[in-house]
Design a protein around this ligand. Structure first.
Ligand code: HEM
Length: 127
């Protein structure tokens, strides 16, 4: 059938797997973000992000089954997310989104979401 939701239109699971993997490659080398992760292995964090994004964009609801309601702002409370951390996060997400080669409209829609969501996650204005 023609059509489908955003998740299907952008390539399904494989697209979100690539975005999360590429994003965490950036985090691994980031002097602001990397210290926020106590674990050596960023693989499980990449998987949580992948599953969340799949669910958000209309794919399988595995995230909710494993992690419960997202409550993302609350889950980010332990981390100091100031404008600089937000910019670093968005910089790596920008490369990740660009790396999968979406159509301009899909890319713009996804980007608008990340920009807005990253603003919603701000919880500090300290340097
Ligand atoms: C988790 C940082 C924005 C989605 C985390 C974690 C950190 C972090 C340190 C813990 C890693 C883990 O154990 O999973 C940040 C910073 C942000 C930011 C510095 C800057 C703005 C966002 C945004 C989204 C997001 C905009 C969604 C669009 C997630 C998800 C998790 C997570 C889904 C896993 C939640 C869970 O199930 O425990 N983030 N994040 N984050 N973040 Fe962010």
């Amino acid at each position: 059938a023609v059509g489908g939701n955003f998740y299907e239109l952008v390539g399904g699971k494989e697209t979100f797997r690539k975005i999360a993997a590429k994003f965490y490659e950036g985090v691994a080398a980031d002097e602001i973000l990397r210290p926020m992760y106590p674990e050596e292995d960023l693989g499980p964090a990449a998987e949580r992000l992948q599953l969340f994004l799949e669910q958000y964009w209309g794919g399988p609801t595995t995230y909710q089954e494993l992690r419960g309601h997202p409550r993302l702002r609350m889950r980010h409370n332990p981390f100091k997310i100031n404008p600089q951390a937000r910019e670093h996060w968005l910089m790596h997400m920008r490369s990740a989104v660009e790396s999968v080669g979406l159509s301009p409209l899909h890319q713009a829609e996804m980007w608008a979401y990340f920009d807005r969501a990253a603003t919603a996650m701000l919880n500090s204005f300290d340097e």
